[in-house]
Design a protein. Structure first.
Length: 127
């Protein structure tokens, strides 16, 4: 596992409204050597200052008020242009097209095996 200093470029910013899922994702990714900050809403993430210079966004698709795709769009309007992964159980083609048009990688729920860590590694170019 990398040292804390080695985590500088292995940041994950996760927006997930469910507290139990947030904690589980944080634990799973930290075990894999990532530095993880979690947020219940996109607004909480935008209020964080300063953001790391490099990170992967991990967005839950279904959250109150706005969905993960809309959160990504709002973050990009504020100059946050990190690679982003959308976690979803919605496998409809229209949702995939919408996510891909927004520049998001789609990761289907349930998250099986090491799929989450592998998706984050790929997004960060950490192979």
């Amino acid at each position: 596992m990398p040292t804390r200093a080695g985590l500088a470029d292995r940041n994950v910013l996760a927006v997930v409204d469910d507290p139990a899922l947030r904690a589980s994702l944080q634990f799973a990714l930290e075990v894999e050597g990532f530095s993880v900050d979690t947020f219940a809403t996109g607004e909480e993430l935008l209020a964080k200052a300063p953001l790391p210079r490099r990170a992967c966004l991990l967005l839950d698709h279904v959250v109150p008020r706005v969905d993960g795709i809309e959160i990504a769009a709002a973050l990009r309007r504020h100059g946050v242009d990190f690679p982003a992964i959308l976690m979803t159980a919605d496998t409809r083609e229209i949702m995939r097209r919408r996510a891909n048009a927004a520049g998001l990688t789609v990761l289907e729920k349930p998250l099986l095996g090491n799929a989450l860590a592998e998706a984050v590694r790929l997004a960060l170019g950490d192979r």
